[in-house]
Design a protein around this ligand. Sequence first.
Ligand code: PLP
Length: 438
Amino acid sequence: MVKAERRMSQGPARIANSAEAPPPAAGSADEAVRVAKPRRAAPESAVRPTRAEINLGALRHNLRVLGRAAAFELPAGRKPCEVWGVLKADAYGHGAPAVARTLERAGMPGICVALLEEGIELRGAGIRLPILVMGGYYGPHDSGLEAVLEHRLVPVVYRREQVENLGRAAERTGATASVHVKIDTGMGRLGARAGEVDAIFEALAREPHVRLDGLMTHLACADGDDTAPTLAQLAAFDAAVGRARSLGLRPRFVHAANSAALLRPVELGEARYDLARPGIALFGVAPPGAAATSPGALGELRTVMRVRSEIVALRTIAAGERIGYGHLFEARRTTHIATVPIGYADGISRSLSNRGHVLVRGKRAPIVGAVSMDLTMIDVTDIEGARLGDEIVVLGGQEGPLGQGVIRAEEVADQIGCIPWEVLTAISRRVPRFYREP
Ligand SMILES: *Cc1c(COP(=O)(O)O)cnc(C)c1O
């Protein structure tokens, strides 16, 4: 039965493959997992002065803040939860290999990613920590589970078939596979629902080659003012954890908390369980609810990414003159316009046209006209002494002769109606990342 299924599932894949490449050898990892490696602009080849600077000291500082949140006012006798950073989407645009290396050296005990490809990339970069693959997708026939084993990754699963397929793959390689099972307690996105948990737990109890290492859920509203939906999710999760235990399963890690939940230990302390999975907070952004309610003792998060460029052209236009695509900006006075080589193809949203700000010489200057693909104009009339080559900052802090300031991802997100997660992950491959030790 199983064999027949496998052969049938291989059929179409072979036909599709034969058009471009020889089919995989019989018995090899069925449809070999191809890992596309999106290439990012490298610092060595950067001519343009536009770059993202990643402050590794700020990253370590944020890890310490999260460690304090894990330990904040725990009930007597409870150990603080482990903090496993979520480094999906190229570590929220900061560059996963360098971020992972830094956090590994700083003592972080584990990493979470979304994709199998992301886990493989980190193994390729020499990361030895446990890596949890949360996305739960391992190819159309779960063939990626072979790669999971090969690269010593820990898959998140939520269907009985995934447990069985992983069991067969593990049996072939003589390994024991660890998994975390995801429970859907109200996110409605991924995970076993109440009616499905027994089937998956029973499969695990039967399967000698697969060990249940973790049970997880994901919170939909941990950053909201109302904690009721989160508390309801935690209650549903506790019921699933109890069910697993009653079937004799002993998961080492029970986990639910994202950044928002971890940073609200007063209201949502119980969400910490054995492990927390913060992403955005590591990069210096406190989700809205958490920003409002984190106890001061946790300390302030520091922004990690700073996106900067330089003024490459300057002109003075008269009152009434218009500039940029669509002539969206009209000068009301004699205006000094500076042009900066960064645009929406670099991840600076076009919605910032005539709306956003940048820092020049330590002072804010407005973006004027339409943000275009490669270039953005700013009004530097009120920036005393602005000249060619001056640094401009679109994200992060700057100190200069006119003062100091910071443009946070939260502010940009508010201006354009998105969320800080989007602002950070939008910084594109064209922008080389430079890593800085303070
Ligand atoms: C992205 C993600 C996280 C981290 O979320 P943040 O809000 O960035 O802390 C945690 N768990 C899961 C399942 C995720 O997908």
